[in-house]
Design a protein around this ligand. Structure first.
Ligand code: ACO
Length: 350
């Protein structure tokens, strides 16, 4: 008995935003962004599209691929760090948007490791008989914390330009803002009797002493939890010690891949494809090098989407399945590290 993937799908924001467009709103360049991160473009939602909208679109595609109707889903697990509201979470919004019936819906918030944590939660629910067929979604709308006043300046729909003061403010956050995009990925998971297929294992870790290396310094620790001065100071925008994140990622990701393989009596030779969280192409190149994997056994798509946090892994996975890069029986390894810090890996026999 194993937890298998019946279907997968993904959705992106409506606007394609190339690196050059970001140079309209802050001091940056296509060359800097490509060289430091590998990113060439990302998508932002149009005004009014939310994380739960993107999640519902990805979920619908996953259900279509699985050939099932909404009434056959009996649980929703939704991973995001950018929910539509402070509360309720996005799981219940997707339950309603997809017309799933009154099934349980659960939100989890492990940022870039959200999808991998979600796999463990889903697997446990399915094994315990609490669910038979579950929708796991990772989705983000990061553009909500971009500091630009008028998104037309990056969508190319206005001739307006930032004032000198706005440009300087936007530039303060450029090391982070250029990295992120809006998207969602989803999978339909279910129990199977096939002994040759399914999720073999999930390994997870966390270390909260690093919480302030990557976080949004506003929330319910303040009274009131939102104020004009917070927005003026940019405390709704993530703080990031980029070098610290980089260092942890290139150390912990190879370490946990080796850990999960050893735990399951496998070696790197058994892994057909490594799908790592897409935070920075340079991080993933370092992980690949550390593990000694050839190019045809890793997959990166950050060039097209930027960092979409909880959505990166299910999007990359869906692309690989649809492109025929994963065949039944192949061993796929997922790995990620993100804010918290949380990090983890999963092994899936397709
Ligand atoms: N455009 C142009 N110049 C820039 C930009 C930009 N967008 N951002 C920073 N710079 C400048 C800096 O001001 C600095 O200039 P200086 O030398 O004159 O002081 C110079 O470029 C180098 O800046 P660093 O921050 O030292 O650049 P670094 O090589 O460390 O790269 C980066 C920065 C890309 C952010 C890198 O540290 C990184 O990718 N870290 C990991 C980020 C990450 O994985 N985040 C995960 C978030 S996901 C999650 O869990 C939510």
């Amino acid at each position: 008995m194993g937890t298998i993937v019946r279907g997968s799908g993904f959705a992106v924001g409506e606007h394609l935003v190339k690196n050059e467009a970001l140079a309209n709103v802050c001091e940056t360049s296509d060359q800097w962004i490509r060289e430091r991160s590998g990113i060439e473009q990302r998508y932002y939602v149009k005004d009014g599209t939310t994380t739960s909208d993107l999640g519902a679109r990805a979920g619908k595609l996953a259900m279509e691929q699985a050939g099932i109707s909404p009434s056959e889903i009996d649980y929703v697990v939704f991973a995001t760090m950018t929910p539509d509201y402070q509360f309720p979470g996005c799981g219940v919004l997707v339950q309603s948007k997809l017309g799933l019936g009154n099934v349980p819906s659960l939100d989890i918030r492990q940022q870039c490791t959200g999808f991998i944590y979600g796999l463990q939660v889903a697997d446990a629910l399915l094994r315990a008989g609490q669910a038979k067929r579950l929708l796991l979604i990772g989705a983000e709308v990061h553009s909500g914390y971009m500091p630009w006043r008028d998104f037309g300046m990056v969508f190319g729909t206005t001739s307006a330009r930032p004032t000198a003061e706005e440009y300087a403010f936007n530039t303060r956050f450029r090391d982070r803002t250029v990295l992120f995009g809006d998207a969602a990925g989803a999978v339909v998971l279910e129990r199977s009797d096939d002994p040759e297929r399914g999720l073999l294992s999930v390994s997870l870790h966390s270390d909260g002493s690093f919480a302030e290396k990557l976080y949004v310094p506003s929330g319910f620790a303040w009274r009131p939890y939102v104020s004009e001065s917070m927005v003026r100071e940019g405390r709704h925008i993530p703080e990031m010690d980029g070098r610290s994140v980089f260092r942890m990622a290139v150390t912990k990701m190879p370490e946990i891949v080796r850990e999960i393989l050893a735990k399951n009596g496998r070696t790197l030779d058994d892994v057909k494809l490594l799908i790592a969280h897409q935070a920075n192409l340079r991080i993933n190149e370092a992980v690949q090098k550390s593990l000694g994997l050839p190019d045809d056994r890793v997959y990166n798509n950050i060039q097209k989407f930027g960092n979409t946090t909880a959505a990166t892994i299910p999007i990359a996975y869906d692309e690989c399945r649809r492109a025929g890069r994963i065949a039944p029986g192949d061993l796929v390894c997922f790995v990620g590290l993100g804010a918290g810090f949380h990090w983890g890996a999963a092994l899936l026999r397709e």
